[in-house]
Design a protein around this ligand. Sequence first.
Ligand code: NDP
Length: 448
Amino acid sequence: MSSYDDQIAGYYNKLLQRNAGEPEFHQAVAEVLDSLKIVLNKDPHYNDYGLIERLCEPERQVIFRVPWVNDKNEVKVNRGFRVQFNSALGPYKGGLRFHPSVNLGIIKFLGFEQIFKNSLTGLPIGGGKGGSDFDPKGKSEQEIMRFCQSFMTELHRHIGEYRDVPAGDIGVGGREIGYLFGQFRRLTNQHESGVLTGKGLTWGGSLVRTEATGYGLVYLTEEMMEANGESIDGARVIVSGSGNVAIYAIEKAQELGATVVGFSDSSGWVHTPNGVDVALLKDVKEVRRGRVTDYVSEAEGAVFNPEGSIWDLEADVALPCATQNEIDGDHARKLVENGIKYVAEGANMPSTAEAIEVYRENKLHFAPGKAANAGGVATSALEMQQNASRDSWSFEYTDERLKKIMQGIFRNIDSTAAEYDHEGDFVVGANIAGFKKVADAMFAQGVI
Ligand code: NDP
């Protein structure tokens, strides 16, 4: 037991009392505080000036009503959120999630994770997150547009190029960013490109942003495998989800010679022993906005499974790219049994604390989301750079920068883990490397 265990437990207990009913937020904080015990033993000054308590308290939280009218002329009411967690390194930056499960605790967990992730990118961005309990599934195009317009009617007061720059997340892709940006422009009478990222290419968007999270995940996975003397070329890979992150992780993994043997959505999972037809998957999900069953009905050799779990498949690499806590302890034990050696998180916090313990006990190579999926926000920051200089970069140049950033993140978390005597523990490496940069900036800027 370290001499700081009691103090950290005290911070955590107080946080539990002050943030009741927010289990995902508690989970995300607990994991980081666990790593901070290691930091404090070596660098006790990080315990000064209430730094850790300040870090766990959002700078600002906005909760608002989002009324809108559906196609039957009925008034619907949703709840909107924007949690501006930490701006020590730069303007708040983080996506918007539209999903019926969204509540304050989920947005706070995502915003908290975002602080460290953004710090790891090495770019000047703070951490924030937002969204709504609106469910885009089954809604018409007009309903989605009216919802986005109502959401932005309140949100626009709180965001800006130098203040807070939202992007997409679950349920928010290019279409929604378009409607949100349109309403922002109308309300402010300014074409402030830097206010949102993930924009269309003709009005301030960046090449590679759509692909960035999935590609970045695979670049980091490739680096992690190479550091262990192995290659992704020839590996069998499981990817959960079939949204933005999953699709581009599948594309890049197969481009590098891997076979993706399964993917999923919330209705079930698909076994693809001969790999995924990426063009068909994109057509089904991005153009037709269909389900994985539509893919199966048109693809050769793909089998749909409404029961069981995608984590029952045998493979070498698992890339969870759907949502939080999708891998519990039992799933993690299955992964071990089935020969998985590498897990890299495309989603935010897809592994429970118990699952992470199983990875540790069985010496899996595990890259946590705050490092492995940082390519999305990193490329958003590159979009902000292009907007600020009224420039647009080529696909190749932007992709190369993304790749370098992901390689740099891997080197950073690897060397930080070793520096703190936890060689190979990339959870510890990511938490500590992300933390120190933010903490140093907070010290320099005083008690605020
Ligand atoms: P999308 O909305 O594009 O896709 C989400 C996918 O996950 C869909 O296949 C969806 O299935 C599935 N899914 C969502 N919720 C659940 C659930 N409760 N149970 C089972 N399946 C579910 O989102 P993204 O691809 O953008 O995001 C996926 C993950 O990656 C999230 O954790 C997000 O926070 C994280 N992330 C995203 C980034 C980005 O740039 N987009 C950046 C960094 C992290 P269905 O369609 O059936 O709901």
